[in-house]
Structures are given as C-alpha cells and as structure tokens.
Design a protein around this ligand. Sequence first.
Ligand code: GDP
Length: 443
Amino acid sequence: LPIVALVGRPNVGKSTLFNRLLRKSRSITHDMPGVTRDRIYGECIMGETRFDLIDTGGMVLESEATPELSKDFEDEIFEQAQEAINEANAIIFVVDGKEGLTPLDRQAAEFVRRSGKPVLMLVNKVDGSEFEAQMTAEFHELGIEFLPVSAAHGYNLHEVRDRVRKYVRDLGLPEHEDDGVEKGLRLTMLGRPNAGKSSIINAVIGKDRLIVSDVAGTTRDSIDVTFEKQGKRYTFVDTAGVRKRANIQDHLEKISVIRALKNSKRSDVTIMTIDITLGVGRQDKRLIDFLAKEKTPFIVVVNKADLVPRNETKQALSLFEEALRVVPHVPVVMTSAHKGVGIGKLLPLAETLAQECATRVGTGELNRIMQAVVEKLQPPVVKRKRAKFYYVTQADEPIPTFVFFCNDHTLVRASYVRYLENQFRKMLGIKSAPVNIVFRSSH
Ligand code: GDP
C-alpha cells in the first residue's frame, strides 16, 4: 500500500488529524474509544482508495518528549521527519496557523520540498473561513500550496480527504499486494543491519522447497519469499528490505521505523533480531517500544550465541529481559544462525503466537471470567468511587481485544489494567500474544 506520512513540528495537531482521517475513513482499526488511542499507524480506506497513514508525531516516545525543546529532542524530530519523508510516497505537511510560521517549519518545509514528493500542506487550527486570510498570510512564503483546516473542529476536512485521495490515486501505486500466491503465515524480520536477519532466513528455509524466490534484476521494491516446511506454508515479507540494508556494512545505520511498522502490520508475526555481542542498543529499544505500543505480535531472537562463551550466555540473556520489561509476554529465543542452534524453534513459536492471536472467546465465558477475577480483587477506590464493570466483550480485532463496559473508565488505574490482563491471559491461555484491554464508560 502507498504510505502517506504526517510531518510537522510537535503540537501542530498531527495526531488529531491522524485520528480524524482514520475515523472518517472506515479504518481497519475499530471506531471504539480506547482501541485507536495511541496509534501511530493505520490503514485508511477512502472509497476506492487505500493507503497507510503514519503519524510521525506519535513517533516521539514519551520518555523523549521533554517539555522544553532540547537540542537532542529537536534532532530527534528532524531525524524522524526526514525518515518519514524518505519512506513515504506522499506527505501531509502540517503547520499551526495560531502559532504562525516558525524556524522549525521553514526547515521542515525545506526537507519536504527537496524530496520532490507530492505534498499537501495544511495550515491547522484555522477554525473557520473568517480567520483564513489573516492566519495563513505568512505561510505563502514557503512556496507550497496549502489548505487552511481545523482538525479539531472539522473545518475543510472534507476537502483534505478529497485531496489526499487524489494524491494517492495519482501515485499509481498498487493498492493491494495479492499476487495470487497462497502465503501461509507471514513473517517479518526486523533488527539492525548485520544482526543476522538474512542468515536466519536462510537457516530457517534450509533446503526446503522455495515457492517464490528472488528474481534477479527485479525492480520490485518489496520481495516476499514463500516456502514450505513440513507441509505448511510460510512467507518472509519484504526480504528486499532486509538485504538492502545488509549490503551497507555499518552497524550504526538506522533501521527505518516506518518500514518496520509497515512490514509488521502486513505480517502475522515479527521476528526482532538482536546481535548478542552488541546488546540492546537505543534503536533496538525504540523498535521494541514501538512494537509494544502498536500491540504487534513478536518474538525476540538473540542471535550469534556462538560468539559468547556458554557460561556467559545466561548473564547476556538477563540483560535482554531487562529491555523487554514493557512486554514481559514476548518470547525470547537464543540462536546461532551459523551453527543452526535455536532456529528450529522459530516457526513453531510463530505458529503458537498466531494461534493465540486468533483466540475468540464467547461473551458468556468472558463474563464468567470477569466476575471471578473482579471478585478475587476489587478495583481500588479512586476519588472515593470504585470502578464498576457491567460486562465485557471481545472486539473484532487481529489481536485479542477485550472491551470492558463500566461506569467510569477514569476510575481504572494502570495497575488494575495489568491485573485484568494477567488474569485474562491465565484463564484463556494466552501466553505470548499481545492482549488489548479497553474500557468504555456507559452513562
Ligand atoms: P542482516 O544484515 O541482519 O541480514 O545480517 P546478515 O545475515 O547479513 O549477517 C551479518 C553478519 O553476521 C554476516 O557476516 C553473518 O555471517 C554474521 N552472522 C549471522 N548470524 C550469525 C551467527 O549466528 N553467528 C555468527 N558468529 N555470525 C553470524
């Protein structure tokens, strides 16, 4: 699918726009409070037009987003904007009409212009046509055609949708990727260059039958490799992306977070590969945080185990577990692609993960579990009130998503959400897949 990236400095309203565009476009994600919250990636379906929308604003992690715009933070934003611009097929560049034109806007506009990609510039926070002329005057200087909008109040959003649709259509990119091959379970390899991704793919496929393979001289940007193992079909998605970066023999080369997210969304299971000799770097940590935030089913593979003496591997692994604290359910496998160690565990683990994701539970059973779980531990009293759960249902989502209808979702604390998640995992036997717990207040 074509990628459209929302680019702009913080607080111009990218996330509001993102949610607006997704919501009104019959998005894949559910139109239910809580389900789309915190998303940075979504598939938009506008009439006949489909594309992936990425909110680069959501890519600044909370820990990094200090209130004062430090130099580091500014660099971070630019890196992300730059990456978004590189990976995207079209750009929505957002500025703030209330704040006016800032130096950061000028810099971003420069990047956008240099990319030569189709760009739609939006002057946001213009709450009606009566303010237009005055609030947008100074933005003409950027030399990019723009549209005044209000993401919060909906002003001109209809026009935005029409324009975006036109931009995406004019790209002439394929909007579905079905090449008629039965692909089986889809896997994505993720990780820094030289972590061993290609080696693992080769080790996993081994001598087994390749259904579709790389065609020399192909100009396709994304190459899927489909193979059969013990009578079952699997596909490694976007191996071109794996190899492209592997050619650049540089450990410091950045992983494209956008490409990673896109591929992960196209796959059933993501295999995040880390080089045991290098440990969990800042980029690895960042990717793990994204995968966690996007509730992606994934496995962590700690590769090149042969390079660490046997008596030190335990200690090395404990470091990785520390980095995975945010996602304690994620399986960690130690491998050596060279020696074939641990490789045999990957496909069965991926199968288990996919099966767990496909868990569907009836409302009756869910509510029996809820009653037992709440009886065992009542939600704590908050603001002299206690959360009361009326019933729970499973939403139609790619990962197990349980929607709790309650009196007031603001009374439910994070620790209690964790308790509910853990209990539901235990009762339903969901060990390694992500689980989404969502609340909906009914008044
Ligand atoms: P990619 O960039 O993540 O696809 O990494 P590659 O698969 O190209 O591997 C990068 C380098 O690490 C190559 O020189 C591999 O031979 C080496 N490598 C990969 N897996 C292992 C492993 O398990 N053990 C050792 N010692 N080297 C490995």
